[in-house]
Write a protein that binds this ligand. Structure first.
Ligand SMILES: *Cc1c(COP(=O)(O)O)cnc(C)c1O
Length: 233
């Protein structure tokens, strides 16, 4: 087995045991492999080990990989910061976007989504730990923003995403994930139908699963440490 294949197996096993610990079905938790900074061969290796959903954080890097991996049916997710001048490339090339955090960007993605593709699946990113440097809508904006995004014709709002401030303690890790889940539940009480909580990375996915994550976004634990990339998020 290659390193990536055995790392993937270890991550799947850890997801399954976190699910059991939380009294949840492992099948309700989707593993998104975060492949930013890694070359197409690494993704190919993961694909051969059964991984089909991959996430990227930099548009140009992603477009190069999408072109290099045309021959395999990958589902591409965008999880990075979104500049206005990149919305067309994102709308044309991805199945999911997890990092929508303002209405103007959502409107552009909807306008630019090609008619022959299914609606773009989106999550609203929330700055759940209220860090000044982090992207994401602040929690008190979430209600208005979610209802506005849900009305856009070529987007399908699936849920919320967050990248909380890191912590080493599972109890502390769980708090922001619980807050995100509560925001999602409140939106559903208001009539939205959001089935997705995109939360949990290599160091905190067990806590996220305990609080209801339906998508965990994992890079390092699958592909290894990333070389510095200038503006890693
Ligand atoms: C890089 C990244 C991840 C993956 O982080 P790891 O710690 O490598 O698992 C998850 N989510 C987002 C938004 C990222 O930018």
């Amino acid at each position: 087995m290659t390193t990536i294949a055995s790392n993937l197996q270890a991550v799947r096993d850890a997801i399954a045991s976190a699910a059991v610990g939380a009294d949840r079905h492992a099948g309700d938790i989707n593993l998104l492999a975060v492949s930013k900074t890694f070359a197409p061969d690494a993704l190919r290796e993961a694909y051969q080990a059964g991984q089909t959903c991959f996430a990227e954080s930099y548009v140009q890097e992603a477009l190069d990989k999408i072109a290099a991996l045309q021959d395999i049916p990958i589902e591409w997710h965008y999880i990075g910061p979104i500049q206005s001048n990149k919305t067309r490339a994102i709308a044309e090339n991805f199945a999911w976007v997890h990092s929508v955090d303002r209405l103007k960007i959502a409107e552009r993605l909807s306008e630019q989504r090609p008619a022959h593709l299914p609606p773009l699946q989106v999550c609203l990113q929330v700055n759940i730990s209220m860090e000044a440097s982090k992207s994401g809508a602040v929690p008190h904006e979430v209600d208005a923003l979610a209802h506005a995004i849900a009305k856009l014709p070529n987007l399908k709002l699936r849920g919320l995403m967050a990248v909380p401030a890191p912590s080493d303690e599972i109890a502390a890790q769980r708090l922001p994930f619980a807050k995100l889940r509560e925001l999602r539940d409140e939106l559903n009480r208001q009539g939205l139908q959001l089935d997705t909580l995109s939360m949990g990375m290599s160091h905190d996915f067990a806590a996220a699963i305990a609080e209801g994550a339906t998508i965990v976004r994992i890079g390092t634990a699958i592909f290894g440490d990333r070389a510095y990339h200038g503006n890693l998020v």
